[in-house]
Design a protein around this ligand. Structure first.
Ligand code: NDP
Length: 295
């Protein structure tokens, strides 16, 4: 029997409909319009495209959005000034710093300027630190790992006591996800480019998260039968049979892995739509919280 396909697109649609209802209620009952402000520094076309996608998603659910664009040669002061303006603006509820920032910008220092109450991407170092600590909860966790956790929950995957293997330790995906999985009582192994005998570790996984950026890296032969797989990897590979000459693939060899796994997400149509949905959900939450604890 083949794996159950975890459809991130369908789940995202369902959740976005709920978010749209929440936004409409906030407007009706409190006259408040949630607003997301994005900082886009530099001229990376992929970053500009991501910001456009997020703006369109905001429109779909009724969240207002604005973008502050800065030149590729902007300095640290310009970036931090733009973030302070967002922080001080009561009409802005969520702030998004599109990464990567230009190389001359100290990313960590810039992210630390974002108001904690508006850090809907969960990238503030304090929020990441709180993720790592027992008994602490950040106001917001990073969007992609949050989306993965929601997908696992929706699929009914039991995490308590499960062995979760996370491939990749980046600040935006692998590391925070490993922290969130251990908070959900999984036993976590975090793998990276120095990990020895990665296939042997993958073979032990009840839950496998692939976030490497290496196309079709994880082979079906490495998998424990019945494993639940979330593939975060989003890689472009050449494909002469496709009209545009290329296609998206994940980090897992999906077509073979689906014959062994119990559940598996697709690329595209898996984690991608969930990441944007979590950003929308966090922006709504930030707007709701701005009304105070009794609302
Ligand atoms: P990074 O390049 O920042 O991190 C990759 C991680 O994978 C690093 O920890 C690296 O190890 C590890 N790694 C790379 N190659 C190997 C290897 N051969 N063996 C073992 N470990 C390896 O990537 P991101 O975390 O930013 O992104 C990962 C993937 O997820 C990408 O494909 C990206 O496009 C996708 N992505 C998708 C999102 C979505 O919404 N769908 C959102 C964000 C990312 P080391 O630390 O030792 O260098």
């Amino acid at each position: 029997m083949g794996a159950r396909i975890l459809d991130g697109r369908a789940l995202a649609q369902r959740l976005q409909a709920e978010i749209a209802e929440g936004v409409a209620r906030l407007r009706q009952e409190h006259g408040l319009a949630p607003r997301l402000a994005a900082l886009l520094a530099g001229d990376d076309p992929a970053s500009a495209q991501y910001v456009r996608m997020k703006r369109r998603a905001c429109e779909r659910v009724g969240i207002e959005s604005q973008t502050q664009e800065l030149n590729a040669d902007s300095d640290q002061r310009a970036v931090e000034r733009a973030l302070r303006v967002f922080n001080a603006d009561p009409a802005v509820h969520g702030i998004l710093v599109q990464l990567p920032l230009p190389p001359q910008i100290d990313e960590q220092k810039a992210l630390a300027q974002v108001s904690l109450a508006k850090d809907v991407d969960g990238f503030h170092p304090l929020h990441v630190g709180q993720l790592a600590m027992k008994g602490r909860e950040p106001a917001f966790a990073p969007a992609t790992p949050s989306g993965v956790m929601v997908m696992l929950k929706d699929a009914g995957v039991c995490l308590a006591g499960a062995h979760a293997v996370v491939l990749g330790r980046s600040n935006i995906v692998g590391l925070p996800l490993a922290l969130m999985l251990q908070k959900a009582d999984a036993t976590v192994t975090l793998c990276h480019s120095h990990t020895r005998d990665l296939p042997a570790l993958v073979r032990q996984a009840d839950v496998l998260i692939a976030a490497l950026g290496q196309p079709l890296f994880v082979k079906a032969e490495w998998l424990k039968p019945g494993v639940a797989i979330i593939d975060v990897g989003t890689n472009r590979i050449e494909d002469p049979s496709s009209e545009r000459g290329w296609r998206w693939v994940g980090d897992v060899d999906f077509e073979r892995a689906r014959r062994v796994a119990g559940a598996i997400s697709r690329v595209p149509g898996g984690v991608g739509p969930m990441t944007i949905t979590m950003l929308l959900r966090h922006t709504l939450l930030a707007a709701q919280r701005s009304l105070g604890p009794h609302v």
